[in-house]
Design a protein around this ligand. Sequence first.
Ligand code: ASP
Length: 450
Amino acid sequence: MRRLQLHHWILIAMALGGVLGLGFHQLGAGGTLDPSVVATLAAWAEQLGRLFLRALQMLVVPLIVSSLISSVAGVGDLRKLGRLGARTVGFYLGTSALAIATGIAVYNLLDALIPLGRWAPAWGEFASEPPPLATGEGEIRGIGAVLWDQIARVVPSNPLQAAAEGDMLPIIFFSLVLGVFISLSEHRPSSDADVEGAAEREDEERRNVRVLRRFWQGLFAVMMRMTVAVIALAPIGVFGFMFHAAASQGVEPFKGLARYVVTVALGLVLHAAVTLPLLYRAFVGRAPSQHLAAMKPALLTAFSTASSNGTLPLTLRCVEDSGVPRRVSAFVLPLGATINMDGTALYEAVAVLFIAQATGVDLSLGQQVVVALTALLASIGAAGIPHAGTVMMVVVLRAVGLPIEGVGLILAVDRVLDMARTSVNVWSDSIAAAVVSHFSGESEQTSEGP
Ligand code: ASP
């Protein structure tokens, strides 16, 4: 018999967790088992999942810092890095915009075929419930303020604090700058100053800097090994999360929101199974099947953990297995896990259109464009952690003047949609890595630096 691979084990764990969880949910609902026992089991299972997620998150900061610094420092020609950056950001924005367009198109199409009309209770009935996400988050601001905050926060006032808090954009920024300066220092041309001993001192400085570069490259290699060790535990964590979701929620919450779930899911499937593979084929010139096969463990882990940030160690590993060189993936993927979220962008747009419709607000085409733009910004701003997109939804609702309590309407099904959109986020990052590496003419090279 063929040995089962990691993604097989992950799939088995998912199915087992889902089926057992649903079974226990039924037993609890039917009165055969005390519901508090089911709740306790679900809570334990969630703790198991969280432990795995914590172990993954433990790797993220050192992995990103070492991967970015070592890859940038090893680039040598910094103009190359500029081109790489421009291509990456361009591709990211393009695919997110396509995802949003797909979501809005599917929404409008389904609405034209089977009009749904207003289906939620009036706002007055909501008002008694606390706004779900407004509490404890401080004041909710407009999209402009949120955007400026994002830009300003890219420059860390203290990089160590940013690392301690796991604040990704400033960590990425600082690592890039450090990498650039390591490269500049190592390749600095000799000065002509005719001072005694100057040439020796410069040589020594270059040697020291080389040691520094090798240090980061060595750390990165070790972090990758640690990653492999932690991801071998993925099936256990995945089982925990699936069991918890199924046992605590069952299938009930989906019934009332079936249309919304179907719209988001259909949009996500179209984007992931049609648009992104077509882009891959067009740019890379190959069928994406081999790439998909290599990406399976990362996609399944993204699905069950709902965290593209937590999945990053796996994404890096899988993308490398699919032939993308490290010097490209080390730059493209951490950035993608932070700013490129096609699934989240699509979901933001569709959810807001639904909330508008559910509450009887007719959004004009112009307003739908505003929704699309703010959904794009919200997806860039959302962190790669569970439910980050739901929190950002408040921003999009504000932009078109909808009450933020609307988020309460869709919370019941948010976890499962979060799982689906996170897989699409990771899938899109991986396609970007393959496309960008192809354009950098590096796809088939070995990945090791000097
Ligand atoms: N959970 C998503 C991610 O990590 C973000 C979101 O909530 O949409 O990619």
